[in-house]
Design a protein around this ligand. Structure first.
Ligand SMILES: Cc1cc2nc3c(=O)[nH]c(=O)nc-3n(C[C@H](O)[C@H](O)[C@H](O)COP(=O)(O)OP(=O)(O)OC[C@H]3O[C@@H](n4cnc5c(N)ncnc54)[C@H](O)[C@@H]3O)c2cc1C
Length: 341
């Protein structure tokens, strides 16, 4: 019989579980109900009280807590996860695939003689136990199963709703961990200012900038700094996440005028990212297939382009505005300025 362990961790405050952890808890609770097997949740982090948020799952809760485990570090996180797995003796281990656990999952699976699969988007219990993931930049969906156990499954963020049960005082089993010699010391935390960070996975809207923003406009001139201001004003007012076409981020390497706040990290598409947002607005982008394939998981797709024959109008967007994005975004920013508190 299968048994399930969900590996979770707290956020930087040490007192709450991360959103991706709560998503994995939902996946574990649903799977345990479908299989009729016991559920354990393992927690790594600063404060034991963070487990109160998942008390209503009625799962067995195991925790490795304390100052050494508040912040991510390979050696301490791997040791904590290994101890949780050895205590729970689970056959299926669901892992929240944020950067913290994505880094240690393969190492922990190796220590336990198990196997690991990443980018899991769904778990199916339909006769056989199978999981799904996408390959080749989300062009091919595959369903797979494995006989070897324990099987570690890293769940892609956004594929399950975050668990939101009524908080209660959780019964938690504290697991002792003998730490190996630690080479990495955490001396503090530095993060960019909120408006300097343009990639926001939790934003409701993805705003994509294309190469058109830096092209010559009807007056024969480029208007790159005006473009930059329009985009940044819009991001500040809406909290949208910023994506880019490849052509635009590539321009920096070609010595052309660029938008200084864009890097290849912003690139969406076949050789970029495949973000998940309820809505997307593309501007000054042609909507070519290698770009649009990165929009696979965007719910409502809209585009502003001057070209009535662009890829977006050929069935790739739900709504296309054939218009000058400079004028449209200026108007939108004016309207947003009036609606700000
Ligand atoms: C193997 C491979 C992998 C690739 N991977 C990716 C990838 O991951 N991501 C990606 O994005 N691309 C990728 N590409 C490149 C992709 O094919 C396109 O070349 C690229 O997406 C084009 O970017 P763009 O639409 O911003 O630029 P352009 O094709 O130059 O289009 C600019 C658009 O802006 C419009 N425009 C100009 N001014 C305005 C204005 N004032 N208002 C409104 N619209 C305006 C123009 O009408 C035009 O449609 C890949 C290509 C290959 C071969």
């Amino acid at each position: 019989m299968e048994s399930i362990l969900v590996l979770t961790h707290t956020d930087e405050s040490g007192s709450a579980l991360t959103k991706t952890s709560l998503e994995a808890v939902t996946a574990g609770r649903d799977l345990s109900a479908k299989l009729g097997t016991p559920l354990s949740v393992g927690m790594v982090g600063g404060n034991i009280s963070a487990a109160d948020a998942i008390a209503s799952t009625k799962a067995r809760i195991l925790a490795v807590t304390g100052e050494a485990f508040t912040h991510p570090r390979y050696a301490s996180d791997a040791a904590a996860c290994e101890a949780l797995c050895r205590t729970a003796k689970a056959t299926l281990i669901l892992v929240s695939a944020g950067s913290r656990f994505a880094r240690v999952a393969a190492g922990v699976a190796h220590r336990l003689g198990g196997c690991v699969d990443t980018h899991i988007t769904s778990i199916n219990v339909d006769g056989a136990f199978t999981v799904s993931r996408w390959f080749y930049r989300q062009r091919i969906e595959s369903t797979l199963t494995r006989a070897s156990r324990p099987w570690f499954l890293l769940l892609d963020a956004g594929t399950h709703a975050a668990f939101a049960g009524e908080p209660a005082s959780a019964q938690v089993e504290q697991i002792a961990v003998t730490l190996p010699a630690l080479r990495t010391r955490i001396t503090g935390l530095r993060s960019p200012a909120q408006d300097a960070q343009t990639i926001r996975p939790d934003a409701r809207l993805l705003f994509v900038a294309g190469a058109g923003w830096t092209k010559k406009q009807p007056d024969g001139q480029t208007h790159t700094s005006e473009a930059g201001n329009l985009i940044l004003d819009f991001l500040r007012a809406t909290g949208a996440s910023l994506g880019s076409s490849k052509s635009l981020v590539d321009q920096g390497g070609e010595g052309q005028t660029v938008l200084p706040f864009l890097t290849h990290m912003n690139q969406v598409g076949q050789t970029g990212s495949t973000p998940r947002h309820p809505k997307g607005l593309s501007t000054c982008c042609h909507g070519e297939e290698p770009h649009v394939v990165g929009w696979r998981f965007i719910g409502d797709r809209r585009a502003i382009s001057l070209d009535p024959n662009c890829g977006w109008t050929r069935g790739k967007a739900d709504v296309v505005y054939i218009a000058d994005a400079f004028k449209v975004m200026q108007k939108i920013n004016e309207l947003l300025a009036h609606t700000q508190p």
